[in-house]
Design a protein around this ligand. Structure first.
Ligand code: ADP
Ligand code: MG
Length: 390
């Protein structure tokens, strides 16, 4: 059983409960969520963990010690929970407020928080934190939520307490992910399908470029608006309902940027379904081709890549099938963050070294004179939120 020594060293006794929730990587289906399309993420073997016990103090509050930030937050549970400092506590406050709004009384707790999900690297440490908190409150209060309701409660916390207008993917996969499965999620109907992937001959590599370009906020809003414009011109509720042919026929009615944004989304929804089929068939070269096609479409039509993400994909392509790489693409909203690659499991170490060396060499020109060190790790599709000790 997983131990959280932090709890014992801070609070002087072993914890009564331990729960965990994973980060995630989106294998394919980028910028499709707010167009009512499909996404295909998986939970990764990186977890946010909370160890907890009923508070020994008489104060009606949750005391959370975060070992990474070496910071402590206090949440008063005797009244309706609102936003407050420290900023990171708002993800937990929002979740606790969601339980309160369902009439659940939250007891005073002492909590040790530890995490192996990289922060702000596009691997959804935020959803891992929310879903971990929700799993803890379910366990402590005995109020088990339906998985969809749980994910939506966490999404609402991110919207209202963290101010991030995220889609449903991150929380859904952190709640519902299963070991050796990807999660095909229909962002319109919220239906999910677990797609098995337990072939030991393949592995996923997650390559963090360790750059984050600042323009991302406004660009994201602009892309969303362009997608809406395209759907309006095409006369459909969302780009999910449009076809490539219909878009082609309407080409003259929209500006070139709107056209290209829509072409990405319509193509990407199709590729996501095809990639899921490729995984069902264990057709790894086909899955890899869809991943490359996704990247080029994000780079050229949706224009949310950046030179560091492109460098990683080019390096992977040059290693190619002979070196054990099936495919690679940027993952997440773009303008930095991480790439995901499908590789031969036996070649993970060699590919990791090759990418690290070549990426460093490719990034010597500007910001960092000695090149940027990427952070690379492999993961199999992992389990969603779990109660480790109850
Ligand atoms: P991502 O979800 O891609 O990692 P976000 O910006 O959405 O990036 O969320 C990162 C934020 O979530 C951090 O800045 C921090 O406020 C909060 N957070 C996530 N995990 C933790 C943790 N283990 N400890 C403290 N804060 C965390
Ligand atoms: Mg996030």
């Amino acid at each position: 059983m997983l131990k959280v020594p932090e709890f014992e060293s801070i609070f002087g006794r072993p914890p009564r409960w331990i729960v965990a929730a994973p980060g995630r990587v989106n294998v394919i289906g980028e910028h499709t969520d707010y167009n009512d399309g499909f996404v295909l993420p998986m939970a990764i073997e990186r977890y946010t963990v909370m160890a907890a016990d009923i508070s020994e103090s008489s104060a009606p509050r949750i005391l959370i010690h975060d070992s990474r930030a070496r910071d402590t937050a206090q949440i008063d549970v005797s009244k309706p929970i609102a936003k407050a400092d420290p900023r990171w506590s708002n993800y937990i406050r929002g979740v606790a407020a969601g339980f309160q709004s369902r009439g659940v009384k939250i007891p005073a707790l002492e909590v040790a928080l530890v995490s192996t999900v990289p922060l702000g690297g596009g691997l959804s440490s935020s959803a891992a934190l929310e879903v971990c908190a929700a799993t803890l409150l379910e366990t402590v209060t005995g109020t088990k939520l339906d998985p969809i309701e749980k994910a939506l409660l966490c999404q609402k916390a991110e919207h209202e307490f963290a101010g991030v207008p995220c889609g449903i993917m991150d929380q859904f996969v952190s709640v519902m992910g299963q070991k050796d499965h990807l999660l095909l999620l229909d962002c319109r109907s919220r239906q999910t399908e677990l797609v098995p992937l337990n072939d030991p001959s393949v592995a996923w590599l997650i390559i963090n470029t360790n750059v984050k370009h600042e323009l991302s906020g406004g660009e994201y809003a602009r892309r969303r608006a362009q997608c809406e414009t395209a759907a309006n011109i095409l006369g459909v509720p969302a780009l999910r309902d449009a076809t490539a042919d219909a878009l082609e026929r309407a080409r003259g009615q929209m500006d070139l940027f709107v056209f290209r944004r829509a072409r990405h989304v319509i193509g990407e929804i199709e590729r996501t379904l095809q990639a899921a089929q490729g995984i069902r068939n264990s057709d790894w070269p086909a899955v890899g081709r869809h991943m490359y096609a996704s990247h080029y479409s994000l780079r050229d039509d949706f224009e949310v890549s950046c030179k560091e993400l492109d460098a990683v994909v080019e390096i992977c392509q040059s290693i190619g099938l002979p070196g054990g790489v099936y495919g690679c693409r940027m993952t997440g909203a773009g303008f930095g963050g991480s790439c995901v690659a499908l590789v031969e499991a036996g070649a993970v170490d060699a590919i990791t070294k090759q990418i690290a060396t070549a990426y460093k060499a490719a990034t010597t020109a500007d910001e960092a004179k000695n090149g940027i060190e990427p952070t690379i790790f492999s993961s199999r599709p992992a389990a969603g939120a779990t109660v480790i000790k109850s």
